[in-house]
Design a protein. Structure first.
Length: 511
């Protein structure tokens, strides 16, 4: 499913009218019906609802909701953050239509306006139709007062297309914003759903196409939300006569005295993702930890300096011939010795590789990345060091930051976090649809690196290996949350869920 910016969303509405003859008024009726259906789901036995309308098209959708609710015997109040004279043409038309059906709009100049806002806490549900996708400026009165009253009420909120006060394209808050329990976004998902304050304030969100022509909704944009069928078609098949050498060899270069588990988890992720052979190159204590917990892995002990891999190990690693892809970084450290080691290895490295964790920190110090196909897997802190930006700047617009990283490195970049993003030169951004907050714990990124390393070793291009890897990783987290509990499952639990989740994903291709 493609993701549309505010400009692209407006273009879809315009083209639906100009090219397909679908009037805006018809789309408003369908939008209002979609919101009203959500009202009925939340209040199946009726109840008292307040519809908060603005002066524009979002407000017009709200008037439709108020009318439909009134027709179905809900107790409806309609509060309008505008004067009647300032309503847009479509909103004014829908306001008049709602009057015919018995809705009594209360405008912000009415003496009852303030009293009704103070009494919002007595209602069962609020519909937020104040502002739409075009909002860019800090909230002003009377919208600001309305938004504060909604949030103060403690009443569940359904937002129409976007919670009022959220910038549709960045997810940033325009001073203050509505905190919705549920958002119905219209036509296509919008960028705010995946970043910034919008990510939380949208609550549980769904998309309703409201009758837009499918040809308009299927035109490519700059970003795409990936799903299970997309992932299922990419999963490498294993032939009946396959042997371990055909299934991809992964070299994991990871770990140090204080972070032995990072190498264990990266190796476990690779093995559970189906690598035919996994070799762990690390200092002896790391190899001992891997031997104890992943006996299937091959061990390549490396010379040690102060609890980390010695620069002298570079020649040993470069002579290895069993791997088809590599994972650099989990738990390595980023001191001078590691910098010297990676500088030497990367200057001659030719295999596809994952660059994660401390290897990213080394790259941020100016050590050149390998001149081969790489997947960089930063979290916001690591990306901030790469781009010399603050974490707040990264999080303010994750799409922009990720594209900047792609441009700077000319490599595939996976920005981790809620709704992880994958970008590569010349391709749309991939947005993940799997994962949950229970994955916010140590070691999860190490497992992800192992998964992507395996997919690279099985000849998937970096862009698709990263996209499939993040989807599969998140889906395994979702299975753990369901079977074990939403919080408290470990990275090892997630790794062990990978084979069964693979089966689920692959079955989507046969459905």
């Amino acid at each position: 499913m493609w993701i549309a910016t505010s400009d692209q969303s407006r273009a879809i509405v315009r083209r639906a009218s100009d090219e397909f003859g679908i009037p805006a008024m018809v789309l408003m009726e369908r939008a209002g019906l979609a919101i009203f259906q959500a009202v009925r789901e939340m209040l199946p036995n009726g109840g008292a609802i307040t519809v908060m309308c603005g002066r524009g098209n979002n407000g017009a959708d709200g008037f439709v909701v108020a009318r439909l609710a009134r027709d179905h015997d809900y107790q409806v109040e309609c509060l309008v953050a505008s004067t009647e004279e300032n309503l847009g043409l479509d909103a004014a038309h829908q306001c008049k239509t709602s009057l015919v059906h018995g809705v009594q709009p209360i405008f912000c100049t009415d003496a009852r306006w303030a009293r009704k806002l103070e009494a919002l806490g007595s209602r069962d549900l609020i519909v937020d139709a104040l502002l739409g996708t075009g909002s860019r400026c800090e909230l002003k009165e009377p919208i600001l007062t309305a938004v504060r009253a909604i949030n103060r009420s403690g009443v569940p909120v359904i937002a129409v297309d976007v919670p009022s006060g959220i910038d549709c394209d960045t997810g940033e808050e325009l001073g203050e914003s509505v905190w919705a329990l549920r958002t119905i976004t219209l036509g296509l998902p919008k960028p705010y759903l995946f970043q910034g304050t919008g990510l939380d304030h949208a609550g549980y969100w769904t998309v309703d196409e409201i009758g837009f022509p499918s040809s308009l909704l299927s035109e490519p944009t700059e970003a795409k939300l990936i799903n299970q069928p997309w992932a299922g078609h990419l999963l490498p098949e294993r032939m009946k006569n396959a042997h371990k050498g055909d299934s991809g060899g992964v070299l994991v270069i990871a770990g140090s005295d204080h972070y032995r588990g990072a190498a264990v988890l990266a190796a476990r992720g690779a093995l559970r993702a189906g690598a035919g052979l996994v070799t762990v190159a690390g200092i002896p204590s790391v190899c001992d930890a891997v031997a104890a917990q992943c006996p299937e892995a091959i061990l390549l002990p490396l010379p040690e300096r102060d609890g980390h891999i010695s620069p002298a190990a570079a020649e040993i690693v470069l002579e290895l011939r069993k791997a088809r892809a590599a994972v650099f970084g989990p738990g390595l450290g980023a001191g001078e010795g590691i910098q010297e080691f990676l500088r030497e290895v990367w200057s001659k490295w030719t295999l596809p590789c994952v660059v994660d964790a401390d290897a990213l920190n080394v790259a941020s110090l100016g050590i050149r990345l390998p001149e081969t196909e790489c997947v960089l897997t930063p979290h916001p802190g690591e990306l901030s060091r790469l781009l010399k930006l603050s974490i707040a700047e990264i999080q303010a617009n994750r799409f922009c930051a990720m594209r900047q990283a792609v441009e700077q490195t000319n490599q595939c970049v996976l920005l981790k976090g809620p709704y992880s993003l994958v970008g590569t030169p010349g391709q749309p951004v991939l947005v993940n649809s799997t994962g949950n907050p229970g994955m916010a714990t140590g070691g999860m990124g190490d497992v992800l690196s192992g998964i992507i390393g395996t997919l690279l070793a099985q000849d998937l291009p970096a862009y698709y290996a990263a996209g499939l890897g993040m989807y599969w990783h998140g889906a395994a987290g979702d299975q753990c949350a369901k079977k074990i509990g939403p919080i408290g499952y470990s990275a090892r639990d997630l790794a062990d869920a990978l084979p069964s989740v693979r089966t689920t994903i692959s079955q989507s291709c046969c459905a």
